[in-house]
Design a protein around this ligand. Structure first.
Ligand SMILES: [Zn+2]
Length: 462
């Protein structure tokens, strides 16, 4: 397929300029003014619109078996929803059970992801430690294009990594040229606070944020950063939700430590009043970890993005329907943790970021694709509208509006955490791997069209 995107303003992380964009097969082959349309080309009129790299969501969980159930979105429906919102690549997570070989889990997830409609790649979680984990990390980096490993510091008695696992895995990652990432919450504190709340008879969703206060997150962020500092590894902190964690990152970076931070679209715009909603079904729908925070934390997160101490925006897309969330109707610790957002992230960050003057369009591109591509080593194949890059492009109408609703979303979840929010700035066209997959509201996602993206280790190009 050949596509000419004509008359728009190309926005990359470094600059914005008037140019047409020509794609041939799965690559961008020309970016210049006044390109001739080849005879067989499909022409997209981008007049008055921005032409940007397709979004990269570096944190999703499609088809995840978690807390006794499986997420509503599988790799097909979840990636299709992403395409409708201008996201053309996801980085999902392989999460081995404790004692399960990493390679076995990796092959299982590769099988599930075969139905994806958009490109995908995996962080692999290290949830336990022995010599086979050491060996499989090597195999994953050297033979399967994995360059990031995830560590859950929360979820005690399930997938929590203890300090021994953190230290050994961070060290192994450094040796392999891979980057460790962490879910920073002190799992022991969460566990004890949950028990105390239940003992007091506080069993509803309003207890969820009480069991995971900002200090619980900050302790783990500080610990991960300290371990990384001692070992000399970089570290990437997923879903930074509070001012205290951001302060830990900011301090470390000021002393020259290579620490990266991720903000979720939800944490940027939603506050913790949702947990006090009169309808417990609605309150349960917002249960995710870390939880939504009081509003001064949102201000801090925006400042982190603006000041360059937070680098990426993600969603932690992990959808459960009301019936699944009801598993925790009498016990908030049993509510499956997770919310959606893969379809809404780009528009929400644009509306709350660019329309308010917090971000320029180039800064928007930086935090929605380019930084993720650079941190996880797939730049400029991804995260750039340039000759030779993958033909993953979103045509963005800065004046277009949409009111977000579960009734009109493509995601399989039956709830939308952004319900009723009207955003200005929406995708009109999405091109993924050179195919027009979304055009003026018409989603043409193709099951299985997504490709597994290998990400080379760092330091291997010399
Ligand atoms: Zn997650």
């Amino acid at each position: 397929m050949t596509i000419l995107i004509r008359g728009g303003t190309v926005v990359n992380a470094d600059r914005a300029f008037r140019a047409d964009v020509l794609t041939e097969g799965d690559r961008i082959v020309a970016v210049a003014e006044n390109l001739e349309a080849p005879a067989h080309a499909e022409v997209i009129d981008a007049g008055g619109q921005y032409v940007m790299p397709g979004g990269i969501d570096p944190h999703t969980h499609m088809q995840l078996p978690f807390m006794g159930t499986v997420t509503a979105d599988d790799f097909y429906t979840g990636t299709a929803a992403g395409l409708a919102g201008g996201t053309t690549t996801i980085i999902d997570f392989v999460i081995p059970d404790p004692k399960q070989r990493l390679m076995d889990a990796f092959q299982t997830w590769r099988g599930w992801a075969g139905k994806a409609a958009a490109d995908y790649t995996f962080h692999v979680a290290v949830t336990w430690w022995d010599d086979t984990v050491h060996e499989d990390m090597g195999t994953l980096v050297r033979r399967h294009g994995v360059n990031s490993f995830k560590h859950f510091m929360a979820y005690k008695n399930a997938i929590m990594a203890d300090d021994e696992t953190l230290v050994k895995s961070f060290r192994r990652a450094l040796e392999l040229g891979a980057i460790p990432t962490v879910h920073a919450e002190n799992g022991e504190l969460v566990f004890q606070l949950q028990r105390e709340l239940l003992a007091k008879g506080i069993r509803g969703p309003e207890a969820h944020p009480l069991s995971r206060p900002p200090e619980v997150e900050a302790e783990a962020a500080n610990r991960a950063i300290a371990i990384a500092n001692v070992l000399g590894t970089p570290v990437y902190i997923v879903h930074v939700s509070c001012a205290e964690s951001l302060e830990a990152i900011t301090r470390a970076r000021a002393r020259g430590q290579r620490v990266y931070g991720e903000a979720l679209a939800g944490h940027l715009v939603i506050d913790d009043s949702v947990y006090r909603h009169a309808d417990p079904e609605v309150a349960r729908a917002y249960v995710m970890s870390p939880p939504f925070r009081s509003s001064h934390h949102q201000t801090a997160l925006w400042q982190g993005l603006q000041g360059g101490n937070l680098h990426t925006t993600a969603t932690d897309h992990c959808t459960f329907c009301a019936g699944q969330k009801a598993m925790g109707a009498d016990d908030f610790t049993r509510i499956p943790n997770g919310c959606g957002g893969v379809e809404e992230r780009m528009a929400v960050v644009w509306d709350a970021g660019v329309n308010t003057g917090r971000l320029t369009p180039s800064e928007f591109v930086r935090v929605t694709s380019t930084n993720a591509a650079q941190i996880f080593n797939i730049y400029p194949r991804k995260g750039s509208v340039s000759v030779g890059a993958d033909a993953d492009v979103v045509v963005w109408d800065p004046q277009g509006t949409r009111t977000i609703s579960a009734a009109t979303q493509h995601s399989k979840g039956d709830f939308n955490v952004f319900e009723g929010r009207t955003v200005r700035g929406i995708p009109t066209h999405t091109v993924a791997a050179g195919k027009l997959v979304f055009a003026d509201g018409d989603l043409r996602a193709e099951r299985g069209a997504g490709r597994y993206v290998e990400r080379p280790a760092f330091g291997t190009t010399l």
